[in-house]
Design a protein. Structure first.
Length: 77
C-alpha cells in the first residue's frame, strides 16, 4: 500500500514541496564517465585526516629524485 495520499488529495503547498525535492535530487545527481573521474570527484569532496596527510608527505619526501633525461645531462640544465 502506498503511504502517500493520491495526488488529488495533496495541497498545492505539498505538491510544490515535493517538486522542489525532486528537482534538488535530480540536480545533485552526476553521471560519472569513468572510474578515474569518480575517484577525482570523491577526492574533491573528501578531507584527508591530518595524520595521514603528514605521513604521506614524509613518505614522498623520502623518495629519490628522478634521473635527468639523457639529453639534459648531455646539453645542460
Amino acid at each position: 500500500m502506498d503511504p502517500r495520499p493520491p495526488a488529488s488529495r495533496l495541497t498545492q503547498q505539498e505538491q510544490l514541496a515535493e517538486q522542489q525535492q525532486v528537482a534538488q535530487t535530480t540536480a545533485a545527481a552526476h553521471e560519472v564517465g569513468s572510474p578515474e573521474e569518480l575517484l577525482r570527484q570523491d577526492a574533491r569532496h573528501t578531507t584527508v585526516p591530518e595524520r595521514v596527510r603528514d605521513r604521506l608527505q614524509r613518505s614522498i619526501a623520502q623518495e629519490p629524485q628522478p634521473r635527468k633525461p639523457w639529453w639534459r645531462r648531455l646539453f645542460g640544465p
